[in-house]
Design a binder for this molecule. Structure first.
Ligand code: SF4
Length: 434
C-alpha cells in the first residue's frame, strides 16, 4: 500500500519510490541526489498511478533532455491503427512522451490503449477532448464539463495534462489592445479564449484550479501549465501577453506545489535565436526552477516544410539554457497532420537537439557515445560506426548506396581519405593515392 499520493509528496516524506529509483539509475544519479530535486519540483516524474506499464522518466533541466511526440487522429486523418503504429515507431525511436491530441471520434478507447500498452509518458489536452467527448458546441459546455473531462483523463491513466490555466478575462482585453500579429496560436488556448468570449465567464481552468489540483493529486497527474499566449511568430516573441501569462503560471506553479502536485511549464513558440536563452532564464526565475517544456522554439517563420530544423536550432539552445523537455516539430508543422515519415524526421531533429544540449550542459555520460563514434571513425570501423549512430539504418543505407572503391573508406574521398592516410602515415606505411 503506498502511503503517498504523488511522487512529490513521497520525495518530501523521504520515500524512495520504485519510479524514482528507476529514474535515478537512468540518469546515473544516486537516489539521494534525485530525491531533493523531486521534492522541490525541479524534477517531475510524470507517472499516473493508473498507467501500469509506464517506464518512468524524470523531467528536469539537470537531467537528460526529454522529447515529446504529438500524435492523435483528426477529422481528416482518422485511422486509429495508423496512429497507434506511429506511437510505437516513435517510442522505438526514443520518444520519452506521447501527447494524444486526438480531435475526432470516440477518443476514450485510443487513450486507454495508450495507457495500457505504451511505456512512454502519456500527455493530453483535456480542453480539446471536451468538445469531442460531449459532441456539443463549445459555448454550451460548462466549467463542470471541462473539469469532468480532466477527471476522466486522470482516471484513464494520463501522466500529464496540458491545462491553459494562465489566461483570464484580462487576457481578452490584452489580446485586443496589444494587436499581436498572430493573436493566440495555441489550439487549447484559443478554445479557452473563445469560450470566455462567448460565455462571458472566467477561465474554468483558472477559476477551479484548486479542484483540478485535488484531481491531479489523487491520481498523480502532472500539470503541464499551457502557454496560451506563446508567440506564433517572431514579431510576437517575449511580448507583454506572453510574459504576463508566464507570471501567472509562476503563481500557479507555487499553488500546485503547496498540494504536492507536480508541474511543468510550457513555453514558446516562435522566438528569434538571440531571445531564446533570455526566455529560458526568465521562466526558470519566475517559475522557481519548474521543468520548462518548450514547443520549438522555432527561430524563423519562413521555412514551412523544414520546421523540424528551425525548431531543432531553437530547441538545442533552449535545452542548453535550461529547458528540460522538447516538443518535437515535424516538417508538416503549419501545413498538415504529420505522416509516419514526418514523425521520424521530427523525432530525429529533436533527438539531435536534445543530445547536443546534453553534451553542452555536461549531463552525465552524454558525450560517451560521441567519443566512441570518434574512435570508430578513426579506425574506419564501419560496423562500430553504425552502432554509435542515432539512425544506423539511414547511415548504412547512404554508405551502401554509394560504395567506395576501397571498402575501408567512403566514396566522399576514396583514396584521398584523410583518416586512412593519417593512419598509414603514423604507422610508417606507404600511402598509394594514384
Ligand atoms: S573518405 Fe573522406 S569522408 Fe570518407 S571516411 Fe575517409 S576522410 Fe571521411
Amino acid at each position: 500500500m503506498r502511503n503517498y499520493s504523488t511522487q512529490m509528496e513521497a520525495a518530501r516524506k523521504g520515500i524512495i519510490t520504485p519510479e524514482l529509483e528507476i529514474v535515478a539509475k537512468k540518469e546515473r544519479m544516486t537516489t539521494e541526489e534525485l530525491l531533493p530535486l523531486v521534492a522541490s519540483g525541479k524534477v517531475a516524474i510524470c507517472a499516473n498511478k493508473n498507467h501500469k506499464c509506464i517506464d518512468p522518466e524524470g523531467v528536469g533541466s539537470m537531467l537528460r533532455t526529454k522529447i515529446n511526440v504529438n500524435l492523435g487522429v483528426s477529422r481528416d486523418c482518422k485511422d486509429y491503427d495508423v496512429e497507434m503504429q506511429k506511437v510505437m515507431e516513435a517510442v522505438n525511436m526514443g520518444a520519452h512522451a506521447i501527447m494524444d491530441l486526438s480531435s475526432h471520434g470516440n477518443t476514450i478507447p485510443f487513450r486507454r490503449k495508450l495507457t495500457s500498452e505504451c511505456p512512454a509518458m502519456i500527455g493530453t489536452v483535456p480542453v480539446y477532448d471536451s468538445v469531442i467527448h460531449y459532441q456539443r458546441d463549445l459555448d454550451t459546455l460548462t466549467a463542470k464539463d471541462f473539469i469532468d473531462v480532466v477527471r476522466l483523463h486522470a482516471q484513464d491513466g494520463v501522466d500529464f495534462v496540458t491545462l491553459h490555466c494562465g489566461i483570464t478575462r484580462k487576457t481578452i482585453d490584452q489580446i485586443r489592445n496589444h494587436k499581436r500579429k498572430m493573436n493566440i496560436v495555441s489550439r487549447g488556448g484559443s478554445l479557452v479564449f473563445a469560450w470566455m468570449c462567448m460565455t462571458g465567464e472566467e477561465n474554468p481552468f483558472y477559476e477551479y484550479y484548486d479542484e483540478i489540483l485535488d484531481i491531479c493529486r489523487e491520481y498523480d497527474v502532472t500539470i503541464s501549465l499551457g502557454d496560451a499566449c506563446r508567440p506564433g511568430c517572431l514579431a510576437d516573441a517575449t511580448d507583454v501577453c506572453q510574459i504576463e501569462e508566464l507570471v501567472r503560471l509562476g503563481e500557479l506553479t507555487k499553488r500546485a506545489w503547496e498540494k504536492d502536485v507536480q508541474v511543468m511549464v510550457e513555453g514558446p513558440g516562435h522566438v528569434p535565436l538571440d531571445q531564446v536563452e533570455a526566455n529560458m532564464k526568465v521562466q526558470q526565475s519566475i517559475c522557481q526552477g519548474a521543468p520548462f517544456y518548450v514547443l520549438g522554439p522555432i527561430v524563423t517563420d519562413v521555412a514551412p516544410g523544414y520546421d523540424h530544423i528551425t525548431s531543432a536550432i531553437g530547441g538545442a539552445v533552449a535545452a542548453m539554457s535550461g529547458a528540460a523537455f522538447l516538443c518535437y516539430v515535424t516538417p508538416a508543422e503549419h501545413l498538415a497532420l504529420p505522416n509516419l515519415e514526418d514523425v521520424k524526421q521530427g523525432i530525429m531533429a529533436s533527438k539531435i537537439a536534445a543530445h547536443a544540449a546534453d553534451i553542452a550542459k555536461g549531463v552525465r555520460g552524454a558525450r560517451e557515445i560521441d567519443d566512441k563514434m570518434a574512435d570508430a571513425r578513426r579506425k574506419l570501423d564501419w560496423e562500430a560506426q553504425w552502432e554509435c549512430a542515432m539512425d544506423p539504418e539511414t547511415a548504412k543505407r547512404i554508405w551502401n548506396e554509394r560504395k567506395p572503391e576501397h571498402d575501408d573508406t567512403c566514396s566522399m574521398c576514396g583514396k584521398f581519405c584523410a583518416v586512412r592516410s593519417m593512419n598509414k602515415a603514423l604507422a610508417g606505411e606507404h600511402i598509394d593515392i594514384l
